[in-house]
Design a protein around this ligand. Structure first.
Ligand code: PLP
Length: 375
């Protein structure tokens, strides 16, 4: 079976470098933060064209800390999409804010600026008790959201814009790398992401030194000096063992993204004229292909067809946030809000993800293309 993702293959490809890096940390005697984490933070900030990167424990914490670093929390609405990993919404709840789910653009599947403006008006009327807090745009599947259009709406309401870049390391918006396009950006380094470690890790990027300093304190109990908290913080440090693995893979990240793009180009060609549609790429977007997601009205048959041809497929995600039981319940209790999510409701029933990872062999890519051609 040709699998959808394979972080073990990334490890095997760089095994010697990774093991050397891990031994370096073990031998250093420094097991919390330190040079390994700092050097990753510097290198990754530079990759994103950002002034600062703060290494944290996972991507969900990165979003929570981005909000808290901006002073967004209790009594404030945070707008994001329902078509995302549930982690985006969980992080808003953890920050104490009220999630508001916004509809997507029917073509590129990321937050619609028109729907954002509508959701803001809706909240102002329906929930005058709640202040406007922030907007989190998700660069879903590695396709950047329409940052300029979203920033216009944010600016009109004086709202900070946070990028959820967990799926988009290496993506670009009008030639600019994601991670420095809004006020703060959150990344995950979960094993299958475009840049992943062998466990959990995350990062927060920003050009705002004041916010960076606050997030740096918040990730370690709110300390501004040792043992003395300036804020009520949490423990969300990045482990140096993960930083060491990430330092290895980061050296190949541009190459890895190019490999993903090359695989996507093969799939695009194999899908010419097919009833299964290749992913739409907006004119402003340079897609990083964390996932290659086709759309087809006959999804069940398509998945069975691919399986019969030895190709695994997956759903990202089988159910948008607003359809999941925890959030149906939260809506009834006023702990989450949404108005209409029509485009989201149409999209999620048609999406299906094909195998996609940088180390895929040419043979496996051809196997997927043959199965697509036979559909
Ligand atoms: C993976 C992911 C996250 C959460 O990252 P974790 O490291 O698993 O906490 C958040 N948002 C999106 C869009 C993701 O894909």
């Amino acid at each position: 079976m040709i699998v959808c993702a394979n972080p073990h293959a990334a490890y095997l490809e760089r095994r010697k470098d990774i093991l050397d890096a891990l031994v370096r940390v073990c031998d250093s005697g420094r097991y919390i933060l330190g040079d390994e984490v700092t050097s990753f933070e510097r290198a990754f900030a530079s990759f994103c064209n950002a002034e600062h990167c703060i290494g944290v424990a996972n991507g969900t914490d990165a979003i929570e800390l981005a909000l808290r670093g901006l002073g967004v929390g209790q009594g404030q609405a945070v707008f994001t999409v329902s078509h995302t990993a549930v982690a985006t919404v969980a992080a808003i709840e953890r920050a104490g804010a009220l999630p508001v789910l916004v509809d997507i653009d029917p073509d590129h599947g990321t937050m619609s600026a028109d729907s954002l403006a509508k959701s803001i008006r809706y909240m102002q009327q329906a929930r005058p008790d709640v202040q406007l807090g922030a907007v989190i745009g998700v660069h879903m599947y590695g396709h950047p959201c329409d940052v300029k259009a979203l920033l216009e709406v944010c600016d009109a309401h004086n709202l900070p814009f946070i990028e959820d870049c967990a799926q988009a390391h290496g993506a670009k918006y009008n030639g600019q790398p994601v991670g420095s396009l809004g006020h703060v950006a959150a990344f995950s380094f979960y094993p299958t992401k475009n840049l992943g470690t062998m466990g959990d890790a995350g990062g927060v990027c920003t050009n705002d030194s004041t916010v960076a300093q606050k997030i740096q304190a918040l990730r370690q109990y709110g300390w501004e000096e040792r043992y003395i908290s300036a804020y009520s913080g949490i423990n969300s440090r990045m482990d140096p063992l993960h930083a060491a693995v990430l330092n290895v893979h980061l050296g190949y990240l541009n190459e890895d993204i190019e490999r993903r793009r090359a695989i996507a180009a093969h799939y695009d060609a194999a899908l010419q004229g097919s009833s299964a549609k290749a992913p739409y790429v907006a004119s402003f977007a340079s897609h990083a292909y964390h996932l290659y997601v086709v759309r087809t009205p006959n999804r069940q048959e398509f998945m069975e067809h691919m399986k019969a041809h030895g190709v695994d497929t997956a759903l990202h995600y089988p159910a948008p946030v607003h359809t999941q039981s925890a959030y149906v319940q939260a809506l009834a209790e006023g702990r989450i809000c949404w108005e209409s999510l029509d485009a989201t409701d149409l999209l999620y029933k048609e999406i299906v993800s094909l195998p996609m990872y940088a180390q895929m062999s040419a043979e496996d890519v051809n196997g997927v293309c043959r199965a697509l051609a036979a559909w």
